[in-house]
Design a protein around this ligand. Structure first.
Ligand code: PXP
Length: 237
């Protein structure tokens, strides 16, 4: 059954809105674990708009399940990852002006840079996942570089506006999932998934992990984090 990684960035977003000390992502991670989270996911962005360096260190100490650090393959952030050694790093593209991660990595076009980051992180005992669009060339390039896993970007599926477009994007995910499994890579899925759209994706065979954030934290504001995580976990499984 697929694991659920709960992305708690937006707990830190609320804290940073006032540059205060609450709510603490460490507390959120504990509640997510009580709700059944199999992993805690955080994105240390270069502009530190939500998760800050202290959170990475504190969560590494407190989290009992897998800690997954999403990050750009930039020198400063790679240094922090090598120092704190989360269980997994998910490499993502990052643009300063974007509201959230906008697309998958161009693995084909950045083989040297990404290959070097993958090697250094793996040598420190960290598993490396690459966040890519559901495109065979990007998946095969990830395999060539020795990534442990890939996370298929589900954003286009989540944002599709018509039933036909949803079906088209869903079929791309099905095909890309098959390519990923055929290449022997561990299959993750994430971005834009909600309580309404996740079940269809969860039925695709071979998925090992989902990473879901915004929708869970949005529901948590109303029903509490433990319950929000429990409800999402039952849907992904
Ligand atoms: N996976 C990756 C690689 C991401 O960058 C994000 C957003 O930080 C997520 C999953 C979670 O996306 P969402 O918040 O839309 O569930």
């Amino acid at each position: 059954m697929p694991a659920l990684g709960v992305n708690i960035d937006h707990v830190a977003t609320i804290r940073q809105a006032r540059r205060t000390i609450e709510p603490d992502p460490v507390w959120a991670a504990a509640l997510a674990e009580l709700g059944g989270a199999d992993g805690i996911t955080i994105h240390l962005r270069e502009d530190r708009r939500h998760i800050i360096d202290r959170d990475v260190r504190a969560l590494k100490e407190s989290v009992q399940v897998k800690l997954n650090l999403e990050m750009a393959a930039e020198e400063e952030i790679i240094g922090i990852a090598l120092e704190t050694k989360p269980g997994q790093c998910t490499l993502v593209p990052e643009k300063r002006e974007e509201i959230t991660t906008e697309g998958g990595l161009d693995v084909v076009g950045q083989k040297d840079r990404l290959g070097d980051a993958i090697r250094r992180l793996q040598q420190a005992g960290i598993e490396v996942s690459l966040f890519v669009d559901p495109v065979a060339d990007q998946i095969n390039a990830s395999h060539e570089l020795g990534a442990d896993a890939i996370e298929l970007h589900t954003g286009a599926y989540a944002e599709a506006k018509t039933p036909e477009a949803v079906d088209r994007e869903f079929e791309s995910l099905v095909a890309a999932a098959q390519t990923t499994c055929d290449a022997g890579l561990v299959l993750h899925m994430g971005h834009g998934l909600t309580y309404r759209n996740v079940s269809r994706v969860a039925a695709i065979p071979g998925i090992c992990e989902f990473n879901i954030g915004h929708s869970i934290v949005a529901r948590a504001v109303l029903v509490g984090l433990e319950r929000a995580v429990r409800e999402m976990k039952s849907l992904v499984q």
